[in-house]
Ligand binder design. Structure first.
Ligand SMILES: Nc1nc2c(ncn2[C@@H]2O[C@H](COP(=O)(O)OP(=O)(O)O)[C@@H](O)[C@H]2O)c(=O)[nH]1
Ligand SMILES: [Mg+2]
Length: 279
């Protein structure tokens, strides 16, 4: 009996995954002049931002793809705070194009002004004022005369959804990170940009989840983590999505995909609402 119930659950999860996959693969912004729905991932070094972007690439393209962003050389890579848009190719050869959902990531929020991107620069990024390829300087903010400053951002240079990225395995959230994140979230709220969060490393944080990702909604430990995070950052619990990123896997896995897709679908929905109302 229990086995039969489990089998039914498994089938319905697979269906939901397939539905969400099709939904994000087929998504297109309907507003004229908007080619891209832009998601900005924001969080400390090592939280799993690059891995999430790679995971989205794997899920959308339905195979393990070569990482667009390497995470191995963490010491150098993480501090090259260049503003770069990550796109995912759709189709192959001559007919290749890009999915309309694109990602930027900004890191190093937790280390004071020595390595992190200044919150004011992140605010400029939200409004689309940061040009592609601009290298953030933690010691001096981007100004209007800078070549990296985009004077006239188009509607798709702007950020359409802000996602905080946090590791479930971090012992505590750094207070200086929290303060900066709050100030960025305030700006995003003023701009009416929708906000949500993903909690990564859920496998590393909880043995039960590591054994079976399907235990994600049963884990008391994770529930508490999400509740605490919601309280400190002020993001509602239902806008915090637990994910396990692809890191060492050789093949795709339905349970990993399921969580990535739940988060991704929400990003698309939130971003699309913003585009509809404000662009
Ligand atoms: N176990 C596990 N490892 C992860 C997860 N997400 C990222 N990692 C690993 O954590 C490290 C930092 O991730 P990375 O994506 O580079 O973080 P970033 O600095 O935020 O871009 C890398 O070694 C990843 O393989 C996850 O969900 N689970
Ligand atoms: Mg990274």
């Amino acid at each position: 009996m229990a086995q039969a119930r489990q089998a039914v659950r498994q089938v319905s999860r697979k269906r939901e995954k397939q539905r969400n996959l099709q939904y994000v693969q087929e998504y297109k912004p309907v507003k004229e002049g908007i080619r891209y729905l832009r998601v900005l991932l924001c969080g400390p070094v090592g939280a799993g931002k690059s891995s999430f972007i790679n995971s989205v690439s794997n899920v959308l393209r339905e195979r393990i793809t070569i990482p667009a962003v390497a995470s191995a050389a963490i010491s150098d890579k993480s501090f090259t705070t260049q503003y770069e848009t990550h796109k995912f190719s759709k189709g192959r050869g001559k007919s290749a194009e890009f999915y309309p959902v694109v990602f930027n990531d900004i890191m190093g929020l937790e280390d004071g002004n020595e390595t992190g991107v200044h919150p004011d620069d992140i605010k400029l990024a939200l409004e689309g004022h940061v040009k592609e390829g601009h290298k953030f300087n933690p010691f001096s903010q981007l100004t209007k005369d800078d070549p990296g400053y985009n004077q006239n951002p188009s509607a798709d240079d702007r950020v359409h959804v802000l996602v905080s990225v946090i590791s479930a395995n971090a012992p505590r959230i750094n207070p200086s990170f929290l303060e900066k994140m709050r100030s960025i979230r305030k700006t995003a709220s003023d701009l009416k940009i929708p906000q949500m969060a993903i909690m990564t490393h859920i496998d590393a944080a909880c043995g039960e989840i590591e054994k079976d990702l399907k235990n994600v909604y049963k884990s008391k430990h994770l529930k508490k983590k999400i509740k605490d995070f919601s309280a400190t950052l002020g993001i509602p619990i239902n806008c915090i999505f637990p994910v396990k990123n692809y890191s060492e896997e050789i093949d795709l896995n339905d349970d990993v995909d399921f969580l990535i897709l739940s988060a991704l679908k929400k990003m698309v929905d939130f971003g699309d609402d913003f585009i509809e109302r404000n662009c």
